[in-house]
Design a protein around this ligand. Structure first.
Ligand code: BMA
Length: 330
């Protein structure tokens, strides 16, 4: 395996502040557990799509037993006026043992060839977290595919299209205690292979202990824009910050650039105070192509849903100006 080499010299300290790329919505947090139609502990880490002309969030909801389920919330502008389903949309299905302790952190993409949405989510049970898949057309009825790969695995999304006939999945298994982002391929969404490391942790850096995909990869003229979280463990707990990477458009297992710096990190009170302080955990992104804007929905301190907004062009320019990287696992 080729070693992942990063240049730590030649860092240009005069460059502009990458944390100015994303601007928090002034009405944050956009969803809070107090607003839920039934008693819950926390609402966070939502999947996001534009559906029927509205923003639809599939929100991870932690109940008062500590188990999570998923509930739909809708808003016309994706910022305010949220309408939350009166009851959970998706709860564990007892026929799927791996879901026994709950459903977590969904990512949603529109699968072009199947003309349906794919929801990849984390199923949790005694066996450990696994990535499961379900599909839907209307967010009313869902078809479960079950677990895709063995535990321990999280932070997964499909790409919206196939590559040479193969579906591609980004995910984050833990192997030998290492938590890198991987990419796997499948002809049928059932059998998976060609597993390879896509974005490894960087020893010593802000993303040294764990990395994981954020929202589904975003297709642009320049490549697939990946928003990912990186974790550094500190004396007072884990810090979850956000970085960027760019993948080749036709061969997304090839990483072109990766941001040296994080572009988003916990700073506001609602990100610092909550069940897990110091967490910004993006899981949903919606692109408004007319104005080239991306709205990124994230879990704040594992307690609320918050929104940060950026200019897609500026994010791309920034990541393109970042380190070009060699594949970790060619
Ligand atoms: C990760 C996931 C997320 C969570 C984050 C911070 O491992 O389990 O669901 O938001 O930790 O606690």
């Amino acid at each position: 395996m080729e070693k992942f080499v990063v240049e730590t010299e030649n860092h240009n300290f005069k460059r502009f502040n990458p944390r100015s790329l994303l601007r928090r919505y002034e009405g944050n947090p956009v969803l809070r557990p107090e607003e839920w139609p039934y008693p819950v502990n926390a609402v966070f880490n939502p999947g996001a799509v534009q559906f029927d002309g509205e923003t639809l969030l599939l929100v991870r909801v932690e109940d008062l037993r500590g188990f999570s389920h998923l509930t739909v919330a809708r808003s016309r502008d994706g910022k305010k006026g949220w309408r939350i389903d009166p009851e959970p949309t998706l709860i564990p299905d007892e026929r799927y043992q791996e879901e026994q302790w709950g459903l977590e952190d969904p990512r949603i993409v529109w699968l072009e060839d199947r003309e349906e949405y794919a929801i990849t989510y984390v199923s949790f049970s005694k066996g450990g977290p696994v990535v499961s898949l379900m599909t839907t057309r209307d967010f009313l009825s869902f078809r479960r595919f079950g677990a895709l790969l063995p535990p321990e695995d999280k932070d997964a999304s499909l790409f919206p299209c196939r590559f040479n006939g193969r579906y591609a999945l980004i995910h984050r298994p833990i192997i030998r205690g290492e938590a890198h982002i991987w990419l796997s391929l499948s002809p049928d969404l059932v059998h998976w292979g060609h597993h390879r490391i896509l974005i490894p942790v960087r020893p010593g850096w802000w993303d040294c202990h764990r990395v994981g995909l954020g929202p589904p990869p975003i297709k642009t003229d320049e490549g697939w824009l990946v928003i990912y979280h990186g974790v550094r463990l500190t004396a007072s707990g884990a810090l979850y910050r956000v970085g960027l990477a760019l993948l080749d458009l036709d061969e997304p297992w090839k990483i072109i650039n990766r941001s040296d710096e994080w572009v988003f990190s916990p700073s506001e009170r609602y990100e610092q105070v909550g069940d897990v302080p110091g967490v910004t955990f993006p899981t949903g992104a919606i692109v408004d192509e007319k104005i080239n804007q991306v709205r990124i929905y994230y879990g704040a301190a594992d307690s609320t849903v918050a929104l940060t907004i950026g200019d897609l062009r500026a994010l791309l320019e920034y990541v393109k100006s970042s380190s070009r990287v060699q594949p970790a696992y060619p």
